[in-house]
Ligand binder design. Structure first.
Ligand code: ZN
Length: 320
């Protein structure tokens, strides 16, 4: 298997790619607005494109690429490689990382061409997700025929270690995942255990921040203290989860982005109304919900037997 996979190294992953649009100001502006990047280098008559847009100029959009490659823009060799992995049981895929190198700035009007090559296929690796192979492709991007940058993209094609089983109504319900508590967020979870929601406050400029981070994004100061959230807030945005399905949850359910009265936002459950009654702007109030209380013999539980999480209940007058 390893030798068969290695044979794909050096073969093309996409050939003769042509950017759908030349580098252009509207796409640069949309990118900067989406990312909140106000760097003046990306606007005005001498604007350059943000270097990290490199891949954007090579993407096929919804209509895909045309030409010798398939609609996806992938070569036969790349499709074959993925097919071989699929047929061997490595059916799942996850993008793991991307590296870019910038050789010259891109400016509005630059015409983009590119080629991609299957740079490497790893030995078989076992990861927390499962066992599989890392596949790295390298795209060489040119502007007006000159090298402008390279984009390396790595995926893991793997056999999932965990396959969601069909729910057996008699089986004990799967437990909700526990939060990962580390040095940076331990104070937050200590607060939750005491029934308070703590927001970090910068020791220098006073900016409030959430989620918890080691330093202030506004001024860089590592000193901080905390303020206790009043618990008042409103639904800033939300999504309704239908898929993928996790055993501990019953889709569909709403995941809310709650804006606290203090101005910071937190991702949490919205409770007190059905998932399809959650709306932007609904007033909500903090409460602490207990999950995974076990009954019968499990009640003794032991470490982590009970999970307490902040949730937000829709206040009267909302949800109508
Ligand atoms: Zn600060």
């Amino acid at each position: 298997m390893s030798a068969r996979l290695k044979a794909y190294e050096g073969r093309p992953a996409a050939v003769g790619g042509v950017g759908k649009d030349p580098v252009n100001e509207p796409m640069i502006r949309h990118w900067c607005e989406a990312l909140g990047d106000t760097d003046p280098a990306y606007a005005g008559p001498d604007a350059v494109a943000p270097p990290t847009m490199l891949q954007a100029w090579t993407m096929g959009g919804l209509s895909g690429h045309t030409g010798r490659s398939s609609r996806s823009g992938r070569s036969e060799a790349y499709d074959e490689l993925l097919g071989l992995l699929d047929d061997s049981g490595y059916t799942s895929v996850v993008a793991t990382d991307c590296e870019q190198e910038y050789l010259r700035p891109l400016r509005p009007g630059d015409e983009i061409t590119f080629d991609s090559v299957i740079e490497s296929v790893s030995e078989r690796k076992t990861t927390k997700l499962g066992t599989g192979y890392f596949v790295t492709t390298r795209t060489d991007v040119r502007a007006g025929g000159e090298p402008a940058g390279t984009h390396r993209f790595r995926i893991l094609k793997y056999t999932p270690k965990y396959t969601p089983a069909r729910r057996n109504p008699k089986a004990p319900r799967a437990r909700r995942p526990s939060p990962v508590i580390n040095r940076d967020n331990a104070g937050f979870w200590e607060g939750v255990a005491r029934g308070v929601l703590l927001i970090q406050r910068c020791g220098d400029c006073g900016t409030l921040r959430f989620p918890w981070l080691p330093g202030c994004a506004a001024c860089g100061c590592p000193e901080w203290d905390t303020v206790e959230a009043s618990g008042e807030g409103s639904v800033y945005s939300y999504v309704v989860m239908h898929h993928p399905r996790f055993e501990a949850f019953d889709p569909p359910y709403a995941v809310g982005l709650i804006e606290l009265a203090e101005g910071v936002r937190i991702v949490s459950n919205v409770v007190g109304v059905p998932y399809d009654k959650v709306r932007i702007g609904l007033p909500v109030r903090l409460e602490f919900a207990r999950f995974d209380e076990r009954d019968g013999e499990d009640k003794a539980g032991g470490e982590g037997a009970e999970l307490v999480l902040p949730v937000f209940r829709v206040q009267e007058g909302g949800g109508g």
